[in-house]
Ligand binder design. Structure first.
Ligand code: 5GP
Length: 183
């Protein structure tokens, strides 16, 4: 069985993602200048492909850093517990920070991240997320740049995993129910 046989449907195609990444980068290019020298923080692992594509369409000078946050482990529902697995290499005090997320679901992870960043006293902080599932929100979170809103389904591909697999799929899709059941 190939990886693609596990996919029930494609929600957002590779072409749609490519197009949206360009327009989202244009929104950001209209806000920041070289003087702002923002630092984009890629939240690993899910945002790695989004960040890689996105950064290549930004025209202002910027830096990159990475932070890994614990996620769902092998399940598809949040445990509510968030931990930092890998911290930043940079000091963000006084810097313009842009958090780059894969998906905002309940909002708990991002709330944790924003609180954690507030303590580091950046000059400004904005959030870019590829996906948002507004129907699942438990806490209100400020989202400055949103790629797509998705329905209440567990999505995979373009960086997002199920049990660490499927991140390499070039589209956003939904898995067949038997994939979860047989796991
Ligand atoms: P939240 O704390 O907002 O409920 O969840 C945020 C994190 O949960 C995301 O960064 C992501 O790692 C994971 N997550 C939430 N929904 C999905 C989903 O539909 N698919 C995948 N693969 N991960 C998700």
């Amino acid at each position: 069985m190939s990886l693609l046989d596990d996919v029930e449907k494609v929600l957002i195609s590779e072409a749609e993602i490519k197009e949206r990444v360009v327009t989202l980068a244009a929104e950001m290019n209209a806000i920041y200048t070289d003087d702002d020298l923002p630092i984009l923080i890629c939240i690993l692992k899910g945002a790695f492909l989004f960040l890689a594509d996105f950064t290549r369409h930004l025209t202002f000078r910027h830096e990159l850093d990475f932070m890994e946050i614990s996620s769902y482990g092998r399940g598809t529902t949040s445990t509510g517990t968030v931990r930092i697995l890998l911290d930043l290499a940079s000091d963000v005090q006084g810097r313009n920070v842009i958090i780059v997320e894969d998906i905002v679901d309940t909002g708990n992870t991002l709330t944790y991240i924003l609180r954690n960043f507030a303590a580091r006293r950046p000059a400004s902080i904005r959030v870019a997320t590829l996906l948002s599932k507004p129907s699942r929100r438990q806490v209100e979170v400020p989202l400055d740049f949103v790629g797509f809103e998705v329905p209440d389904e567990f999505v995979i591909g373009y960086g997002l995993d199920f049990a660490e697999q499927y991140r390499n799929l070039p589209f956003i899709g939904v898995l067949k129910p038997e994939v979860y059941q047989n796991f």
